[in-house]
Design a protein around this ligand. Structure first.
Ligand SMILES: *[C@@H]1O[C@H](CO)[C@@H](O)[C@H](O)[C@H]1NC(C)=O
Ligand SMILES: *[C@@H]1O[C@H](CO)[C@@H](O)[C@H](O)[C@H]1NC(C)=O
Ligand SMILES: *[C@@H]1O[C@H](CO)[C@@H](O)[C@H](O)[C@H]1NC(C)=O
Ligand SMILES: *[C@@H]1O[C@H](CO)[C@@H](O)[C@H](O)[C@H]1NC(C)=O
Length: 389
């Protein structure tokens, strides 16, 4: 940008020289030229300074272009509870129990929309997997494909760089930062990781979120900015951008389940903030924080979030060994092992939320190329869902 301005100024000076040379005495030409040159330099300098200064602040004026799509489905949004589940291939087995737990415990199915965001996997194959588990897409359940085409090239490059040697090595982790584009008609969402079960009506969580005025609600982590971040490096960057320092002793939150105001996200261009931190991380010689996308959200929503009641992100514990009866809220298997794994924790109780896989007479398997799913039936059973004897 400043490059263009510099060129413009140069043209302006040439033009002035032409006008001056028609006027007469040599000295006055040189004098006028110096004045013009000085003015041009000042102009370029001021423009550059203003551009840099304004880029380092959050945009305060809402660009109208980002607001256009928000009310597309306005006829039915008033009471609609929009739930987003993002599932990459590693977590696919968490989907049927999570979906089933939400549907089984909801008060009114008509008000629920569940958006499954598929990332590193073909939609067709996800549908096969769900069908194997007797779940079909309908008005309640919808699938949205997250492709990195909705992200600019330089950000994609930053991703590739950042995921080289990291723990949560999946671009899908960042799908939650692009929900405003993936779900253009939706103004607010509940986001749930696929390694979760929801055991209370999801409407209760929706109602709880409405009490708060902040654009983001989540369950607090037993951790702080001091512990989750390398504040020595992050604080100066934060201060430069926002003019305030991070209070390291404040709690951070878990981004495994959260409620997010997408209109606020659109209006304040928060995606720019996510991408800003993503780039900072790639520019740094060592990691600035521990938890990838979760940490970036913790920075973006620093001082802008409220706590949800702790019941919405319980760890599985020994009181839940056989079943989850009497448990309210939701259970999150954060970390490993996941309940679907061979030595998964609390799998017995979790399996009760698995709807009838292959009619209860087989196992949903994937072919060696890891895409096609089919029912492998037990002895004496056949049919695509092992439904015949
Ligand atoms: C949509 O599918 C789910 C799971 O298969 C089912 O529980 C629900 O009743 C269906 N909803 C409608 C509106 O058909
Ligand atoms: C930082 O947060 C803690 C915990 O809420 C609070 O007690 C303290 O006063 C805050 N410090 C500053 C400088 O705001
Ligand atoms: C669930 O577990 C509790 C405690 O482990 C037990 O008392 C109860 O009978 C179980 N309920 C069912 C339906 O299995
Ligand atoms: C995956 O394997 C199945 C069976 O082995 C085959 O029918 C299918 O075409 C394969 N899909 C791809 C994408 O290679």
């Amino acid at each position: 940008m400043s490059q263009n301005k510099r060129e413009t100024s140069a043209i302006y000076i040439q033009g002035a020289m032409f006008v001056c040379s028609r006027r007469g005495p040599r000295l006055s030409i040189i004098f006028s030229l110096s004045i013009l040159l000085f003015a041009a330099c000042m102009y370029v300098w001021i423009i550059r300074y203003v551009t840099i200064a304004s880029a380092s602040r959050q945009p305060e004026v809402v660009p109208s272009s980002v607001l256009t799509d928000t009310n597309r489905h306005s006829n039915n949004v008033a009471n609609e509870v929009n739930v987003v589940i993002a599932a990459d291939f590693q977590y696919i087995q968490g989907l049927p129990p999570l979906i089933h737990s939400i549907l089984a415990n909801t008060r009114n199915l008509d008000n629920i929309r569940i958006h499954i965001v598929v990332c590193d996997y073909p939609v067709d194959n996800l549908l096969q997997y769900l069908e194997c588990n007797d779940i079909r897409i309908n008005k309640t359940l919808q699938v949205t494909q997250f492709t990195d085409s909705i992200i600019s090239t330089n950000i994609r490059a930053a991703w590739t760089k950042i995921f080289m040697a990291r723990r949560l090595s999946s671009v899908c982790n960042y799908a939650r930062a692009y929900l405003h584009r993936l779900l253009p008609g939706v103004s607010k969402v509940i986001f749930i990781d696929a390694d979760t079960l929801v055991l209370s009506p999801i409407e209760d969580l929706w109602a709880e979120s409405k009490i708060h005025k902040t654009p983001f609600q989540a369950v607090a982590r037993l951790s702080s900015y001091e512990k989750d971040f390398i504040l020595r490096d992050v604080s100066p960057i934060y201060h430069k951008r926002f003019g305030t320092y991070i209070n390291g002793s404040l709690n951070t939150f878990s981004a495994g389940l959260f409620v997010m105001d997408l209109n606020y996200y659109r209006e304040h261009n928060l995606v720019d903030e996510v991408e800003f931190w993503l780039i900072k991380q790639t520019e740094s010689r060592h990691p600035l924080w521990q938890l990838d996308c979760q940490s970036i959200f913790q920075l973006v929503y620093y001082n802008k979030w409220d706590r949800l009641s702790d019941i919405w992100s319980r760890f599985p514990s020994s009181v839940m060994l056989d079943n989850f009866s009497g448990i309210r809220g939701s259970i999150h298997w954060s970390g490993k092992p996941k309940p679907w794994m061979e030595f998964g924790t609390f799998s017995k109780a979790w399996k009760k939320y698995r709807p009838s896989e292959c009619s209860g007479h087989g196992v949903c398997q994937n072919a060696e190329n890891r895409t096609d799913w089919y029912c492998a039936c037990n002895d004496f059973y056949h049919g695509t869902l092992c439904q015949h004897k």
